[in-house]
Design a protein around this ligand. Structure first.
Ligand code: FE2
Length: 380
């Protein structure tokens, strides 16, 4: 067996309708001045945000709760800088990321920036790992998708610099993750399917990844089996709370793989797409997948057939069949996106391909000449 190291340092609370109980138990974590970083929107509509603020404010030892609620779906450097400004002004001591991956990622970056004298921009542009003080981060996800509650990355975009990339490092790992599956009960059907696809993408890519190991492969298998069994149920019946719970679990354990083995070309490529369009992270992945699967099948047929089996499909015999399987999956899950829907034209492809950066070597397919450009062309 291949040698590996694995690290799990976040304290996990997983359950349903247990946030208040957990907060009471962990009240010491919320002492002093707390900043909640979130996207607002549905969390305000459903009353989740006002309730969370009230719960924290009533904890003994809490001095005040400050909210930054302007995080967008591809969180921007400028938004994080505003949150950092607010955090420094209010002498914040703890940062809570409340929402989907965008909110949790922005919270992690804010926790770095509030504790640092340096501009957060330098970490993002230089790819430097934060090694100084970082405020404690508490992640409370409200969707089942990104696994950001257990990952050590904060993915941000900067339209001014034409980049979407990550600030990564051990210090960005949340101190605590409170995964209350009840928050996902009100997630709309389309977002459920999109974020569910992101879970699948994390599981497939971390399984295919060069850095995969026996531990991460075990987690990938579990997540892929859960997606195969429960996501179709949720798409048919969004009120299926058991399926919601399972998807929350799959999403969370894939956060562990994101932190330890990373992902493959679709994630590298989506960051470039997300930096120049307003498409969501999952929508970009969904657009790219059938073409990527066809190419990947040529270098990794055994592992991909294993994925199909865990998803509940029969083995396929060639790359075209593998691609077709994902096309049908997209139709079945009602998420038939392509890059042209995001405003990407053929004339933009060369430039877009140049923007794809990161650990490309984690996907053996990246050794193939012009592969990124070819996938982009085929995906329009
Ligand atoms: Fe993802």
């Amino acid at each position: 067996m291949k040698e590996f190291t694995f690290e799990l340092s976040t304290k996990i609370y997983f359950g349903t309708n247990m946030t208040e109980e957990v907060l009471q138990k962990e009240k010491a974590q919320f002492a002093g001045n707390v900043l909640i970083v979130t996207s607002g929107r549905s969390l305000i509509t459903y009353g989740y945000l006002p309730k969370l603020i009230s719960m924290i404010e009533h904890l003994p030892g809490n001095e005040k709760v400050v909210v930054y609620d302007k995080i967008t779906q591809n969180p921007k450097l400028e938004e994080v800088q505003e949150a950092i400004y607010l955090g420094k002004k209010e002498h914040i001591q703890v940062v809570v990321g409340f929402g989907g991956g965008s909110s949790m990622d922005a919270a992690k970056a804010a926790a770095v920036g509030i504790a640092s004298e340096e501009n957060i921009e330098t970490f993002l542009l230089d790819g430097r790992e934060p090694d100084g003080d970082v405020l404690p981060i508490i992640a409370i996800p409200t969707t089942a998708g990104t696994g950001s509650e257990l990952s050590k990355g904060a993915i941000l975009s900067s339209p001014a610099h034409h980049i979407k990339t990550g600030i990564r490092g051990k210090k960005l790992l949340p101190r605590m993750a409170v995964v209350d599956t009840a928050y996902t009960w009100t997630v709309p059907e389309r977002i459920t399917a999109e974020t569910g696809f992101d879970v699948l993408a994390h599981a497939v890519e971390s399984y295919i990844a060069v850095k995969a190991n026996a531990f991460s492969e075990m987690l990938s298998e579990k997540a892929i089996r859960i997606v195969g069994e429960h996501l179709p149920k949720l798409i048919r019946d969004p009120g299926n709370h058991t399926a919601r719970e399972q998807m929350c679990f799959a999403s969370m354990i894939m956060g562990i793989n994101l932190a330890n083995t990373g992902t493959c070309l679709p994630h590298r490529m989506q960051y470039a797409i997300g930096a120049c369009t307003e498409s969501s992270h999952a929508a970009g992945l969904i657009a790219l997948y059938p073409s990527w699967i066809r190419h990947e099948f040529q270098v990794n047929p055994r592992k991909l057939n294993q994925v199909f089996q865990w998803l509940g499909y029969a083995p396929v015999h060639d790359a075209a069949q593998a691609e077709q399987l994902f096309r049908e999956l997209k139709t079945e899950w009602k998420i038939p996106y392509s890059l042209s829907e995001f405003g990407i034209r053929e004339s933009m492809i060369d430039n877009l391909a140049d923007q794809v950066t990161g650990n490309l070597a984690n996907d053996r397919l990246s050794e193939k000449k012009d592969i990124i450009r070819n996938i982009l062309i085929e995906t329009i």
